[in-house]
Design a protein. Structure first.
Length: 333
């Protein structure tokens, strides 16, 4: 028989006293081995159900005639969706003990196997009356789920309406009952009431057994964004706060090279010494500038004609006058 590794700190003493008493019918070494496997089932059932199922199968092979082992194997099978297998283990445990505590989860296995009618029928059996208050609340939730499986959404809402739902006291099952009622209300389109009961479920959910907060956020249209991992946050911290999206104009490389050459030449040339020259008075400079200004004005206003151009124009006039004279018939001489 293949054994699974069990940490050394798991001794088997962690199990419930009633379970330990059931294991006293086994040899001491075997009882310790079974107890340690059952402890592993309890540790892994919520977070790693597949692993819990494997430990439960080991315990079942070691002590299949112990009711606690059959019950643990049933819950492990139920957690991984093996409802037929789970129902068989629960029935075996019930035969061994005669206890009706497993009746609600057995009915839910019927639902899981696609038989909601049987689950609903079990809700009306005498065994329900033998259940404690928590068991009856559990059975009510299973029955409401069966109603919804059968397409009877409004009947599911009515099924969950009970004194336990209206009670203000907080019990281990209060959050789950309110959550089931809110979900049933949402299924029939009563969104405002559903939101109210999801909020009440969240108030009672001290152990975080439901996702009422997520359902509330979904109804309010709130979307959650996953936080960055520490490495990504460190990378973002090294980036500049803002980056300009405007591209700077690229300078002409040839022009830049010319400017650099000119700067190098100017840098190499040393400034020549400038001899001190006498500074002329400002009035003298103005007198020198006045004739030039007058000459410029004359050139702009009075246009001097070129003699050559006058002779050419005179010749053209004469030729035109001669062209207008009548021709002579003959020579007078």
């Amino acid at each position: 028989m293949k054994r699974l590794p069990i940490p050394d700190d798991v001794t088997g003493e962690e199990i419930d006293k009633s379970v330990r008493q059931e294991l006293m019918s086994l040899p001491k070494t075997l009882a310790e081995d079974v107890a340690r496997n059952l402890v592993m089932v309890a540790k892994l059932l919520d977070d790693e159900p597949e692993q819990a199922y494997q430990y439960a199968r080991v315990a079942l092979r070691l002590a299949s005639r112990v009711a606690a082992v059959r019950e643990a194997a049933g819950f492990a099978s139920y957690a991984v969706g093996k409802y037929s297998e789970a129902l068989a283990e629960f029935r075996a445990a019930r035969r061994m003990t005669g206890n009706s505590d497993l009746w609600p989860v057995m009915a839910d296995c019927e639902r899981g196997m696609g038989r909601p009618e049987r689950a609903l029928a079990m809700a009306g059996e005498p065994e329900v009356q033998k259940l404690d208050r928590a068991g009856q609340v559990e059975m009510r939730m299973v029955a409401a789920g069966a109603r919804r499986d059968m397409g009877q959404a409004d009947a599911a809402v009515v099924t969950l309406q009970s004194p336990e739902l209206a009670s203000h006291s907080i019990q281990p099952w209060t959050a789950r009952l309110r959550y089931a009622y809110a979900d049933a209300l949402l299924a029939v389109g009563r969104e405002d009431e559903a939101r109210e009961w999801f909020a009440k479920a969240l108030e009672a959910d001290q152990g975080g057994t439901t996702d009422a907060s997520d359902r509330l956020a979904e109804l309010d249209g709130v979307e959650f964004v996953d936080a960055l991992d520490p490495e990504q946050e460190a990378d973002d911290a090294l980036k500049p706060v803002a980056e300009s999206t405007v591209e700077e104009p690229k300078a002409d490389e040839s022009a830049v090279e010319e400017v650099e050459e000119v700067e190098e030449v100017e840098a190499d040339e040393e400034p020549e010494a400038v001899e001190d020259e006498p500074v002329e008075p400002e009035d003298a400079a103005d007198e020198d500038a006045e004739p030039e200004l007058v000459e410029d004005e004359v050139q702009d206003d009075d246009v001097v004609e070129d003699p050559a151009e006058d002779a050419a124009s005179t010749a053209e006039v004469k030729s035109e006058d001669q062209a207008g004279l009548p021709e002579k018939d003959g020579d007078d001489s």
